[in-house]
Design a protein around this ligand. Structure first.
Ligand code: SF4
Ligand code: SF4
Length: 544
């Protein structure tokens, strides 16, 4: 965590929701340390063939823009207004009612009016008015129009990389204006000038090069899973070797690589291995992992529609190569938004795969008829509902869990019930956070859409404040000590957020809780959970 980061109380005491003295157009953006991410490494930009790769620094006056930068942006905006009817509508129909204004976690945590969704969109809309509407051309500022200048461009970069594309604001907008789409399209325009951030550009290049965002080679991916196999053998007495790149397997499993490489996602990954082992032994299910399509997360969705499409297609190419029936996806956020909202029009329908049917319960996953990709929580909830898993929830009795609806699976695909059903089946103590902070109204972790970097900690902590506040509420009221979720970015971002705001609460994936509770045929009596901590009632044995 950055040294300069203020203590929680100090950060809160700085919060100021007073109306600024100057109008928003006359208040220039000040790019402040702790609130922005480093610029994209030119090598990464170049690697995927994106334009204007160069070294530049956000706090320098000169961003080394191409000479015709303005022409590039305005042409890019025109192309997108022609192509995306939604963008044209979003530019025209906002009545500035303000219903969205206090719904963004970044506004709530910062008090900065430019983090109100309505004003964030206005940053682009004002330029749209100036160059694409009659009223703006004639009346200028009176009609809310302003010219595109370098200062405006810098303001775009600063504030469109302070939006996590979480879509909470769109839930409250009477017109359904989706600021996340506006953010994505403005980021596309910025990318036309080489103005990405590195925590997006380098993961994109890595996914393109090695199949996962950390740039891990296939053998290292396998090595990591081998470590988990060893750990699981110690915990259960059983060796559960996964299949890799197996042609003709029933199902290809793809999860975010964060689950393979970073705690606490690694424990969720161990939960997947246990579940697949159980299903193989009990029902003969043949699941394969891929060391090539080794990333579910789609960092392209923070860059451009084109990049999103390119990274999504890799998973389907691998499914085709291996000849599997369908794809099972792990606990991920943006992968699922891309699958549910964009996959069909970008790369689908995936007709070379079968409509997913659980070979164990016979359930047809109608919702995945076209994408041929089923979420691990749907799959697991269906197994539990049909009594196919042998579970001992008391093994999670030291856990008092709440559930964070990750933005993309909840608002992007409507997945509310399945994770809750699973948690309640494997854990005896479950408590909901307040109703206006969960389900479709869930608060973002504050670090999504590529903002999970180390240099923008103040931004992440203020953005995550509303979520953390709701966690603190259930911690104080019910003694909640575990925040569960179904997103790898959450598992990477929430531990730092909890350490900062509610240090008594840890973070877990839902499948980790399943792994703890799952009774595997032939296992030795377990004394610890997947983290190596003593199971409830085993604390004394551990001390001996
Ligand atoms: S709620 Fe919708 S219409 Fe109202 S200000 Fe926000 S974006 Fe505009
Ligand atoms: S999409 Fe999320 S982060 Fe972006 S403006 Fe809306 S509420 Fe804020």
């Amino acid at each position: 965590m950055a040294d300069e980061l203020l203590k929680p109380d100090e950060l809160i005491s700085r919060l100021d929701y007073k109306t600024p003295k100057t109008g928003w157009m006359d208040t220039p953006a000040v790019i402040r340390k702790g609130m922005y991410c480093y610029s994209a490494n030119p090598k990464s930009v170049e690697y995927v063939g994106m334009p204007h790769a160069r070294k530049w620094n956000p706090i320098d006056d000169d961003w080394l823009l191409p000479e015709n930068w303005k022409e590039i942006v305005l042409k890019g905006l025109k192309d997108r207004l022609d192509k995306f009817r939604s963008l044209k509508i979003f530019m025209d129909i906002c009545v500035r009612c303000g219903a969205c204004a206090d719904k963004c976690h970044f506004f709530l945590g910062s008090g900065d009016p430019k983090n109100m969704p309505v004003l964030r969109a206005e940053l682009l809309r004002s330029v749209y008015r100036n160059d694409f509407t009659k009223a703006g051309k004639i009346l200028g500022k009176l009609a809310g129009a302003r010219e595109l200048t370098v200062a405006v461009l810098k303001e775009w970069w600063y504030y469109f990389f302070q939006c996590t594309q979480c879509r909470r604001c769109s839930v409250f907008c009477p017109y359904g204006i989706d600021t996340a789409e506006i953010t994505l399209l403005t980021r596309e325009l910025l990318n036309e000038l080489g103005l990405n951030i590195d925590w997006i550009a380098t993961p994109v290049a890595n996914c393109y090069r090695t199949g996962n965002h950390l740039g891990i080679q296939p053998h290292a991916f396998k090595d990591m899973l081998d470590f988990f196999v060893d750990d699981l053998e110690e915990i259960t007495g059983l060796r559960m070797e996964p299949n890799y790149n197996q042609k003709g397997a029933d199902i290809l499993f793809i999860t975010p690589s964060g689950d393979v490489f970073a705690d606490p996602g690694t424990y969720t990954c161990m939960g997947y291995l246990m579940l697949f082992h159980y299903l193989k032994v009990e029902y003969g299910l043949n699941v394969t992992w891929s060391t090539y399509a080794s990333e579910g997360g789609n960092f392209g969705s923070f860059t451009s529609h084109e990049m999103m499409k390119r990274l999504n297609s890799k998973m389907y190419a691998e499914a085709k190569r291996l000849g599997v029936k369908w794809i099972l996806g792990g606990e991920c956020g943006h992968m699922w938004r891309v699958i549910n909202q964009y996959m069909d029009t970008m790369n689908g329908p995936a007709d070379f795969l079968e409509v997913p049917v659980s070979p164990i319960t016979g359930t047809v996953f109608e919702n995945a008829k076209s994408t041929k990709m089923v979420h691990i929580s749907e799959f697991t909830a269906d197994l539990i509902k049909h009594g196919k898993l042998n579970l001992d929830p008391s093994r999670n009795d030291n856990i008092r869990a709440t559930y964070h609806d990750s933005c993309n699976p909840s608002r992007g695909m409507g997945m509310f019930e399945e994770p809750r059903y699973i948690i309640k089946s494997v854990c005896n103590n479950f408590f909901e956070m307040p109703a206006n902070t969960i389900r479709e109204k869930t608060f973002c972790c504050g670090s999504g859409s590529g903002l999970n970097a180390g240099e923008n900690m103040e931004l992440r902590m203020i953005g995550g404040f509303p979520r953390a506040n709701a966690v603190r509420h259930v911690h104080e009221k019910y003694g909640v000590n575990m925040l569960s979720c179904i997103c790898a970015v959450d598992r990477a971002a929430l531990p730092a957020l909890m350490d900062y705001w509610v240090p008594q609460v840890k973070v877990t994936g839902v499948t980790e809780l399943v792994g703890n509770a799952l009774i595997l045929p032939g296992e030795t009596p377990r004394t610890t959970d997947l983290r190596g901590e003593p199971l409830p009632g085993m604390e004394d044995e551990d001390a001996e």
